[in-house]
Design a protein around this ligand. Sequence first.
Ligand code: ASP
Ligand code: MG
Length: 467
Amino acid sequence: MKVMKFGGGCLKNCEHLLKVAEIIKLEKDSVVVIVSALSGITDLLEDGIQISMKSSKNVSEIISTVRNLHKHVAETSIRDNEIKQRLMKDIENKLKKLERLFYGIAYTEEITESIRAHILSYGERLSALVLSEILRSLDKDAIAVEADQIAIITDESFENATAILPEVKKNLSSTILPLINKGTIPIITGYFGCTHEGKVTTFGRNGSDYSAAVVAYGIGANLLEIWKDVDGFMSGDPKIVKNPHRIERLSYYEAAELSYFGARIIHPRTVEPLVDVNIPIRIRNLYDLKSKGTEVFGEGYEREDVIKSVTYNKDISVLRILGPGVGYKPGIIAEIGGIFSKMGINIYSIITSQTCINLLVDRKDSRRSYESIKNLVGGIIEKIDLEDNIVLIAVVGEGLLKRKGVAARVFSAVAEESVNIEMISSGASEVASYFIVKEKYVRKTINAIHREFFEKVESSGLQNPSF
Ligand code: ASP
Ligand code: MG
C-alpha cells in the first residue's frame, strides 16, 4: 500500500490535474491520495479572512473568485456531463458553508483560531472533490474524504497541530482500509485534522506533507510518495549554485535538517510519524517522470566527502543577550523561553557562551521577541541586541561530527572568500552544522562550500552512493 501526496505546485490548472489523475490511474497497487489545495487557494482564503474582518462587503467577491477557479478547472477537465453537474453542485454546497463562515467573522468582527483553521481547510475540501471527480470521469473509482470526517485527531494547537497517532490509526482502520479493500481510491484532504470535539485544526502552512505522513502511518503504508514540481533535494540551491546535484538518498534526520532551510522540499515535520515505523519517503517530480527523485530512509550513509548539501535560511534574526554572567546564572533561558512560548514564538537555535546568549528566531517574530524581553535588561543582563541582516547557513551530512577535517574544510573555503563567520553552532546534531554570516555574503558563502565539496572531484559519489 502506498500513499501519494500531491502539493499545490502539482495542482495549478487543468493540465496539471489531468496529469496527476493519469499518474494515479497508472498505479497497479492500492493507493491512498492526499491533496493540498489548488495552487494559490490557501493564500486567497488567508486574504479573504483579513478582508472579511474589516467588512462584509467583499465576501461575495471572495466566494466568486474561489468558485470561478474551481469551476473553470472542473469545466475544462471533465467531459462527462453528469459527473460535471454533480461536481458543480458539490462545489456550490461547500461554498455555501464557506460563505457563512466568512459572513460570521464579518458581522461579529471576531475570529477564533478554530474558525480560522476551518476557513483555511476549504481549499483542500474543494481540491479533493475536484480530483476525485476527474478520476471518476476517467473510470477510476475514487472518493473525496475530508480529514475531520475520518477523524484525523489532533491536539488543540489550532494552527500548528500534532496528530494523535494511535487514535488516527484506529480511526483509519475503520474508515480508509474498507475503502481500499473494495478497490476505491480515497482522495483525502491534506493540511488539517480536528480535535476530539470535532473542531478543525491545521498542521501549519504547507502541512499536507505531514498529513500524508500521518496517513501513511495510520494505514501502515510501505511507501510515501511526495509529488512535486522539482526533482527532490539538491546539493545546493539552483538559484545560487550553477551545477547542483540531485541527492539520491537521505536519512530522516538529514532530510529534517534540510527541510528547515532553503528550498523547503518537504515540510520539516514530515518525517516525525515515519521514523519509528520506518516508512520510506520518495520525492518525485511530476514533470520529469524519469527522474528518480530523492529517497528518504531510516538508515543513513556516509558520503565520501561527508557533506550532502549546503543550504541557508534568510528568514532568521539573532537576539544577543549580553552580560558578564549570563552563561553562569541559572534560569535565564527558561524565563525567556516561557515568555516566547506564551507568545507563540519559536526559538530555532540557542548558541551560548559565558557572556552572551544568542537566540535565533524567525525574522517575522524578531521585533516582537525583542520587545517582549527588553525589560529584562538591568541586573545580570546588560543589554540585548537584535540583528536582522544575517543568514543562517547549514551544512548537512551523515558523519559530520565523526569525521576529521570536515569543519576545517568548510571554514577555510569560506575564509578564502574573505567572508567573516559571525557565529558557529556545531555538535548539536550529528548530521548538521550551522553558522551565521552577514546576509550580503550568502551567495559567496554557499558557492565557496559547494565548490569545495561538490565541484572539485569529478566523481563525487553523490549520484551513486555505495552502502
Ligand atoms: N494548502 C496549504 C498551504 O498552502 C497546505 C499545503 O499546501 O500543504 O499551506
Ligand atoms: Mg501549498
